[in-house]
Design a protein. Structure first.
Lengths: 130, 166
């Protein structure tokens, strides 16, 4: 159960950083602080969160492979996770190369990423219910 | 005499609480929103704490970061409350004696006191160190305690499920 706690702690850090950056991106910056500043400054927090999530997540999955392999919620979660990662990677590259200008395509992708991440979280929660 | 446990029983027997407890999809949906609220709170609180420690956002004044992120923290608290109350109502009897739930509430209370005390004491002199990256020791102490408390709240929250008795 310690692993699940670490997984959630990682989620709080990564999800928190992502939400702040997302709100900033949607509004084209927050109170004079640019989107790029948030992306750059919150990166260490995101990376720590990501490392915590990835290591604990893989350890949880390999500790009970049969529980997860046949669990429909887990399969959906992995599918949504792949889609969410691709969308987020694209958006991060745009903002990293300072191409983020709040265009309607980028905003649509940002909403898509948000919905996908929420679906990842929800299907993750459902794993325990199946 | 009415005890806290009697109140829990009263809430537990409430038709809406019973319906939520027995639902297959609404309960995990509210739980997901609850975790989203915790992300928003922990993300914004830890960002401000890391700035107070002089580790990130060093080019922005402390007050600018605080004023920018505090409204988001309050949105997080509002969501945490409106999702947390029905989650508690649905399982109030089981949660009453749950040590992890009790620990979480105590840690939340301490985190609140920590933030209040911070604003009432060291934050009053913020003008003197607003743009500094090397903030006074007292400020760093409050920020470190805050990070530890919120980590504890997340861990205790997850552990509620471990102590859960059906």
């Amino acid at each position: 159960m310690a692993l699940e706690s670490v997984h959630l702690l990682g989620l709080a850090l990564l999800g928190g950083a992502a939400l702040i950056t997302g709100v900033a991106a949607f509004r084209g910056g927050l109170r004079g602080i640019s989107v790029g500043t948030f992306v750059r400054e919150l990166r260490p927090m995101s990376i720590v969160g990501l490392i915590l999530m990835f290591t604990s997540g893989i350890l949880i999955a390999i500790s009970m492979p049969f529980k997860y392999y046949n669990n429909a919620a887990f399969q959906w979660k992995m599918l949504f996770l792949a889609c969410a990662l691709i969308t987020t990677a694209f958006l991060s590259r745009e903002s990293f190369e300072l191409k983020y200008d709040g265009s309607s395509l980028q905003r649509a992708l940002a909403i898509q990423a948000l919905v996908l991440w929420l679906t990842v979280g929800f299907s993750g929660r459902l794993i325990g219910f199946l | 005499m009415t005890t806290l446990l009697d109140l829990c029983q009263l809430v537990y027997d409430w038709p809406l609480a019973t319906a939520l407890r027995e639902s297959d999809d609404v309960f995990p949906l509210i739980e997901t929103a609850h975790v989203l609220a915790i992300c928003l709170i922990v993300g914004t609180v830890v960002t401000v704490d890391l700035r107070l420690l002089g580790l990130i956002m060093r080019e922005q004044p402390v007050t600018q970061i605080a004023r920018t992120l505090l409204p988001l923290t309050w949105y997080g608290f509002a969501l945490m409350f409106v999702t947390g109350v029905p989650l508690f109502a649905a399982e109030s009897l089981e949660l009453y004696g749950n040590p992890a739930f009790r620990l979480k509430l105590v840690l939340l209370l301490i985190a609140g006191c920590n933030a209040l005390l911070f604003h009432r004491t060291v934050y009053r002199s913020v003008d003197a160190w607003d743009k500094h990256t090397n903030t006074p020791l007292g400020v760093k102490a409050f920020a470190s305690v805050s990070i530890l408390l919120w980590s504890g709240i997340v861990v205790a929250g997850r552990l509620i499920a471990v102590f859960h008795v059906h």
